[in-house]
Ligand binder design. Structure first.
Ligand code: XMP
Length: 489
């Protein structure tokens, strides 16, 4: 939906009336798919009040079955799960399919299906396997589709979503970068008022865009700092100073010793993140104390950070504590403002471009707040950081020259806590292993490993083992996310 400029948000099934009703511009609700069966004991049910709000509702897959179940239809387990492509035929002239056409391929993935229609509903599309692949209530407000319009395998699926969002909900296509910048600027001005806000910049696209936005909103009331935590890539600090220094009045704070001291002896990844998050905050607070009226801390937290750190579905597992969300210490003297917390990465890029950031910054791969500390697997020390820095710089240089940096979403080198036997000249070596990981992803929630050409892999491996003292082996990580994550820790 955001791709066609309509704002959308993901909420848990136990959302409360007080959270939804005040949203003036709420135009419609989608009930998502899910792995459950409506008759299961712990199946999540959306709250009843949403059906009385007078706004259109679209159920997808499980959501579709839930609608049938709620309004008195019958849902049954089919013998054979329907999984894969199906040919959908539209019945009559329903609004939902106005843009899509009469028939086409859709993607099915379900075990249950609707056996009898609930009263007051009619079928608006069918497949060979199911006469109720899409249904609508008599007043046109409640719609269900058994297939998945949101996946790429469904032909022109976004035309079906547009049918719901634009033709049925009458949502206006206003969610554009310009619109966001204007709204966010006003909001920041209102919150910050006459006080000051501290903005920590890492040089990545998120924090750089954030700093530009803050400077636009409140000028020099936004104090932009770059903390050198000793966990940066080779020459990172100089690069950032060069590209952003003047643009946002960037100030550098050297806190290398402090971070490395705090990390000494720590092996557990979550503990590393917590310590780094905490140390950042202490550094920020100290800087803030030098200023009168400094009340706020701006963070470039994104939507996926929030989703992964604060799972929407009740007590589920936290995948990782991203330092800029879950890793914040409970006691903090500064109030957080997070203007990007509803944005995906690609949206931040568009906003950054709209604010005048250079292509070099816009096109940079993300770099995690905990920096190289989560890429030195195991204990972090200056010596191991330096080995990783050298290997990482070579990998990035080769990827860039070969034109693969821009073709991948994130490339990282990880220093492993194992040593392997090798031979150099005529002598036996017993040295470190580094892993190269290059992924392609749209939203960093799921990712595939990049099919780098063998020549590029060969060049990276040859140069790292030749040029980096202490590394005698390079491996390439060929795991998708899930089941792996992008970072190793
Ligand atoms: P994972 O490893 O969770 O990473 O698949 C997804 C994306 O998030 C980045 N990442 C972080 N960014 N603080 C950050 O600011 C963190 O603690 C953190 N951990 C992971 C990671 O580099 C990837 O782009």
């Amino acid at each position: 939906m955001r791709e066609f400029n309509v704002f959308s948000d993901i909420l848990p099934p136990n959302v409360r009336r007080e959270d939804l009703e005040p949203i003036e511009r709420l135009k419609g609700i989608v009930l998502s798919g899910g792995p459950h069966s409506v008759y299961e004991k712990d199946a999540p049910y959306p709250p009843d009040f949403i059906f009385d709000m007078g706004i259109p509702i679209l159920g997808i897959c499980y959501g579709h079955q839930y609608i049938a179940h709620k309004f008195g239809g019958k849902v049954a387990s089919v013998e054979k799960r329907e999984y894969g492509y199906a040919k959908l035929r539209v019945i009559g002239k329903p609004k939902l399919f106005k843009r899509w056409g009469r028939d086409g391929q859709v993607w099915m993935s379900h075990g249950d299906s609707i056996e009898t229609l609930p009263k007051g509903f009619t079928a608006i599309a069918e497949t060979d396997n199911s006469p109720y692949s899409a249904i609508v209530s008599d007043d046109g407000n409640i719609i269900g589709v058994q297939f998945h319009p949101e996946v790429k395998h469904t032909e022109r699926g976004s035309e079906i979503l547009k049918g719901f969002v634009i033709d049925i909900c009458n949502a206006r296509r206003q969610w554009t970068p310009e619109h966001f910048i204007t709204e966010a600027t006003d909001e920041i001005r209102e919150i910050v008022g006459g006080e000051k806000v501290l903005c920590a910049v890492s040089g990545g696209v998120d924090s750089s865009s954030l700093a530009m936005l803050l400077r636009r909103a409140v000028g020099e009331q936004a104090i932009c700092i770059f903390v050198d935590n000793g966990l940066l890539r080779l020459n990172e600090r100089d690069k950032v100073k060069r590209s952003l220094g003047k643009l946002i009045g960037l100030e550098v704070i050297d806190a290398r010793r402090r971070f490395l001291d705090a990390l000494r002896g720590i092996i557990d990844p979550e503990e590393k993140r917590r310590i780094i998050g905490e140390t950042f905050i202490r550094v920020f607070e100290e800087r803030a104390r030098k200023e009168k009226n400094l009340r706020f801390l701006a963070q470039g937290t994104l939507y996926p950070d929030k989703i992964e750190s604060e799972p929407v579905m009740g007590p589920s597992t936290t995948i990782k504590t991203h330092h800029n969300v879950g890793g914040l210490p409970e006691k903090m003297d500064l109030e957080l403002i997070e203007p990007f917390k509803f944005l995906f990465k690609d949206e931040v890029r568009k906003v950054g471009r709209g604010l005048g950031l250079s292509d070099e910054i816009i096109g940079r791969h993300p770099f995690p707040g905990p920096g190289l500390a989560v890429r030195v697997v195991g204990e972090v020390d200056e010596e191991r950081l330096e080995i990783l820095r050298q290997a990482d710089a070579i990998a990035m240089e080769v990827l860039e020259r070969a034109g693969w940096y821009d073709k991948t979403s994130q490339a990282i080198v990880v220093l492993l806590p194992v040593r392997s036997v090798g031979v150099m000249g005529d002598a036996r070596t017993y040295e470190n292993v580094v892993a190269l990981r290059c992924v392609i992803t749209e939203d960093f929630m799921t990712a595939d490993w990049a099919r780098l050409p063998y020549d590029v892999l060969a060049e990276i491996s040859r140069r790292i083992t030749n040029e980096v003292k202490g590394v005698n082996r390079v491996v390439y990580d060929i795991t998708t996310k899930p089941p792996a994550t992008i970072e190793w820790e």
